[in-house]
Design a protein around this ligand. Structure first.
Ligand code: NAP
Length: 311
């Protein structure tokens, strides 16, 4: 039996604590041997202030997991690949397409595995939606991803900084599902981005897209949603509709002893990562990031009223 892959994780924030650490502990073939954090430690795991110190202190690390915000990840990703480590990137895989392309090339040159994770694609409902769509002639797709930023991202200043994605941070999850469900390419036609005057990233976005075959796809992402939170994609085929719903609130509805959908997604991703490393393959799909980049390229940005998340 092969040994467990020795992993080092960087950026001990919300998603690292909530999902990565438990998923690594759960996964056969994965072992967390070190973490790098500017200010936190994990009991019984070697802790270092940054990636450089971690790689020097534990040269036996085989794979690095990067859980920082996207706009500060590139230098760490490059350093890990140059050190010959396999690499697991949180979503989105980078703040720009060009940096992701550079990482793909470097991973290939180094002969290591690169995994650009899209956790929403690991939901069991994605394969159900795909099955439904492949057996019908689709006529229209409507995405509504509307949540309350004050509730889900309190104090996360980076999401409002350039490269922090704003409402595209959750919205790109919907785009990762869309591009996994549809067989055809999706292209951006037009977009409107609403950006608060005191922020660099949008609080709301409307996107008009279409498949290469001409099926219209509309998306609305909005971070000002109070009341019921909505994460849904309606796939229409004539009179029939398939409603995909992401269970973002499901942690609150999960019974004791049951794993939330997000936990199942992260476990599945670590199984995938172990398989990729063992088979010497990479898995990097930039399609969701490309649509976001295209919305910035082709869309119209409108400056709107100031937004403070503490009000
Ligand atoms: P977070 O808690 O705000 O930050 C993650 C960690 O990154 C921080 O704790 C910090 O780690 C490090 N960090 C933050 N700002 C930094 C900076 N300017 N320079 C260097 N390091 C910095 O973020 P998160 O919610 O975990 O999200 C991180 C990534 O995971 C994002 O790309 C997000 O889209 C993705 N994600 C999040 C969720 C979620 O539910 N939160 C779900 C799925 C995916 P140290 O203090 O340890 O250095």
């Amino acid at each position: 039996m092969s040994h467990a892959i020795r992993m080092g994780l960087v950026g001990l924030g919300k998603i690292a604590r909530d999902e990565h650490l438990p998923a690594i502990a759960f996964t056969e073939g994965a072992e967390l041997v070190a973490i790098a954090s500017r200010n936190a430690e994990v009991e019984d795991v070697a802790s270092f202030p940054d990636l450089t110190a971690m790689l020097a202190g534990r040269p036996d690390i085989e794979a690095v997991i990067l859980c920082q915000p996207p706009h500060v990840r590139y230098e760490a990703a490059r350093a890990a690949l140059l050190a010959g480590k396999h690499l697991f990137l949180e979503k989105p895989p980078g703040a720009t397409l060009s940096e992701v392309e550079a990482l793909i090339r470097l991973a290939r040159q180094q002969g290591v595995s690169l995994f650009a994770s899209w956790h929403s694609r690991y939901s069991a409902s994605v394969s159900c939606a795909r099955q439904w769509c492949t057996t019908r002639r689709l006529t229209r797709v409507q995405i509504d991803w509307k949540e309350d930023v004050r509730r889900w991202h309190p104090g996360q200043d980076w999401i409002w900084e350039a490269g922090g994605f704003g409402v595209f941070d959750p919205g790109i999850n919907a785009l990762s599902i869309l591009t996994a469900v549809l067989d055809d390419n999706v292209r951006l036609i037009d977009a409107t981005l609403q950006v608060p005057a005191n922020r660099a990233t949008p609080i709301a976005v409307d996107m008009a897209m279409a498949t290469a075959g001409g099926i219209p796809v509309a998306a609305t992402f909005d971070w000002r949603q109070t009341g019921p939170q909505i994460w849904q994609i309606m796939f229409e085929a004539g009179d029939e509709t398939y409603r995909f719903v992401q269970g973002g609130e499901d942690a609150a509805h999960t019974l004791a002893g049951q794993e939330s959908a997000l936990t199942q997604e992260y476990r599945a991703m670590y199984r995938r990562f172990v398989d990729l490393v063992r088979s010497g393959e990479s898995d990097v799909d930039v399609a969701p990031l490309q649509l976001v980049a295209d919305a910035y390229l082709r869309g119209t940005s409108r400056t709107i009223e100031l937004f403070e998340d503490w009000k």
